[in-house]
Design a protein. Structure first.
Length: 183
């Protein structure tokens, strides 16, 4: 099941508005993700929420996505058959989403835009009661996310590598490789 962003433009930071990303945003999203040395894979615009600066002709101030990770075990196709034959049962229950590609343009940082973006992604796209939300982030940014979700009454729980849901493990592996290469 794929969820898309609601079309409402309401945003909790004055001077900004949020909207679902369109195909016209794909190039800007990709270039900003690469500029931040983030994972450029899985950038499907229909999953993104874009924040625009009302005072600068709607320039993109920030964006992010919730990336769904389908349960291959439940799929009724050849891939699902192989996964079931290997007995790779899901190591999570419910739906699985990864909060990913959260980028705030440098000149818009420190204004609450990123925190509000995180909250809006969760409340617009995520069934808080029934879904699993995973975030792969650097140690230095984990406090930002903790503070961002606190007003929603949520917390992120730090997982040991062996407890990370199976579909996310390759992301974790390659993210570490990229971080070492960039450092």
């Amino acid at each position: 099941r794929t969820r898309t962003c609601a079309s409402s433009s309401s945003f909790g930071v004055r001077g900004y508005r949020a909207r679902p990303a369109g195909e016209d945003d794909a190039g800007k999203i990709a270039s900003m993700v690469l500029r931040e040395a983030m994972n450029p894979l899985g950038l499907k615009t229909d999953r993104f929420l874009v924040v625009e600066d009302d005072e600068n002709s709607g320039e993109i101030a920030a964006f992010g996505q919730l990336k769904p990770w389908p349960c291959l075990y439940r799929q009724q196709n050849a891939v699902g058959a192989v996964v079931r034959a290997l007995d790779l049962k899901p190591d999570w229950s419910g739906e699985l989403y990864e909060m990913a590609s959260i980028v705030v343009a440098k000149k818009h940082r420190g204004k609450g835009v990123g925190s509000e973006l995180v909250r809006q992604l969760i409340t617009r796209q995520h069934d808080i009661e029934n879904d699993n939300l995973v975030l792969l982030t650097l140690a230095g940014t984990s406090e930002f996310y903790r503070q961002a979700v606190s007003p929603l009454g949520l917390t992120f729980e730090r997982l040991e590598e062996e407890d990370v849901p199976r579909p996310i493990k390759p992301e974790l592996f390659w993210g570490k490789k990229l971080a070492r290469a960039v450092a």
